[in-house]
Design a protein around this ligand. Structure first.
Ligand SMILES: Cc1cc2nc3c(=O)[nH]c(=O)nc-3n(C[C@H](O)[C@H](O)[C@H](O)COP(=O)(O)O)c2cc1C
Length: 400
């Protein structure tokens, strides 16, 4: 996602400095280059050698080595990230102080800046730091964290550096075109549970990974996102409104409540197709034989497709085998704008995997179904391709 981008990373004198190695590793994993500047104090917490090995590049520490690097480095960077950022560097940046390699490079940088503060709770809450943070925010600086929790000094409270995943998410957003700004995107994810009695339920293998990836990508591209999720072990993406549901009926209600405000609706949840006719109030005794009577749950997509005024609606068709015919039938029968077919039995695809291999189906202006087969890729990349396709179809409905 960060391929080809150049990130300038400042590291300052906080106990959290050691975590930066993982940040460098993740940035590099996405094929971006990272140039590291370390302050003198930060070298007491992390060795420049570790940063050098992780980044595969020289680590800059001295304004005079090589001379003018404090000007040349920021001139070629797409983004400046300071993680961890001490109270000191925040104060210097807010007040125009440039007295070492990092603070001068920060002053010379003209692009987007992300700062991940890390410090003791009382330092963070001090009026001086708060005033500096407010001022930097007014200049357009983005902050990652800080988080609440147990601090390095043993105290509890706000001041922990944001998690590396959360900083990575801010980096991706900052370097991603905000082409979904103004969109209100409703995404469903995960399975539902249909209770037989208070202990047992009927469900399916959905993990929610595809839907959570869709929500993350939509948010990163500037959309307002509401994620309706069935039970899932995943952490929802930051900045997304989350509605937790359990049953198909609850999912149905939540979708209908949020439908009118949405411009795009992506139904990637695996809603149970069947629900027990009767849910017992108490645990059913263990019989020798047991017949469970099921009835069909309401088909949320079908209902959505019947509505005259509806958002651009995307359905998912998970099949066992290459049953593209079934997905095409659903696209037409349910009056969807787009259907995403995936064969859950295929290697690397389907439940609980981080990757997926899909065929995107939509209709051209004349109503003919257009197929867009995609190779195996990460679920985030599948999500990106779905939104690219929607944008393209809206711009040129007669594409292909
Ligand atoms: C053990 C130790 C831990 C520290 N942790 C932090 C910290 O988490 N956040 C912070 O703002 N300052 C912290 N400091 C203070 C900074 O290291 C100090 O203000 C230093 O001048 C920062 O320099 P720099 O911003 O150039 O890296 C710590 C100091 C020590 C001795």
């Amino acid at each position: 996602m960060l391929k080809g981008k150049s990130i300038l990373l400042g590291v300052t004198g906080s106990v959290a400095a050691y975590k930066t190695i993982e940040l460098i590793r993740l940035i590099k994993k996405e094929e971006a280059s990272v140039r590291v500047i370390m302050t003198e104090a930060s070298q007491r917490f992390m060795t420049p050698l570790s940063a050098e090995i992780a980044s595969g590049d020289h680590v800059y520490r001295d304004m005079f080595d090589p001379p003018l690097s404090h000007i040349s480095l920021p001139a070629t960077a797409d983004l400046l990230v300071v993680a961890p950022a001490t109270a000191n560097i925040i104060g210097k940046y807010a007040n125009g102080i440039a007295d070492d390699m990092l603070s001068t490079a920060m002053m010379a940088f003209q692009g987007k800046v992300i700062i991940a503060p890390a410090m003791n709770r009382r330092m963070y809450e001090s009026p001086q730091v708060q005033k500096n943070l407010r001022y930097l925010e007014s200049l357009g600086v983005t902050f990652a964290g800080p988080d609440k929790g147990v601090l390095a000094c043993g105290e509890e409270g706000i001041g922990r550096m944001a998690g590396i995943d959360s900083i990575m998410d801010k980096i991706r957003s900052a370097l991603t075109e905000q082409d979904l700004e103004g969109e209100q995107i409703l995404v469903t994810a995960g399975p539902t549970r249909e209770y037989i009695d208070p202990i047992r339920y009927v469900s399916n293998r959905s993990s929610g990974k595809m839907g959570y990836a869709i929500a993350a990508v939509a948010k990163r591209r500037g959309a307002e996102v509401t994620l309706i999720t069935g039970p899932s072990a995943l952490t929802p993406p930051e900045g997304v409104e989350v509605i937790k549901v359990e049953t198909a009926a609850e999912m149905h209600q939540a979708v209908m409540d949020n439908f009118p405000m949405s411009t795009i609706f992506v139904m990637s949840a695996a809603v149970s197709d069947f629900s027990p006719v009767k849910t017992e109030c108490a645990k059913i005794e263990k019989p020798d034989n047991f017949t469970l009577h099921l009835r069909k749950t309401s088909d949320i997509l079908e209902e959505a497709g019947r509505l005259k005024k509806r958002p651009y609606t995307v359905g998912f068709s998970a099949e066992t085998g290459f049953r593209l015919d079934r997905a095409k039938k659903k696209l037409t029968a349910k009056n969807m704008d787009m259907m995403v077919f995936n064969d859950v039995t295929k290697e690397g695809s389907g439940f609980d995997k981080d990757t997926n291999e899909v065929v995107i189906l939509n209709r051209d202006k004349s109503g003919n179904i257009v197929e867009m087969p995609l190779p195996l890729m990460s679920k985030e990349n599948v999500a990106a391709m779905i939104f690219d396709r929607i944008s393209m179809q809206r711009e040129r409905p007669d594409n292909e």
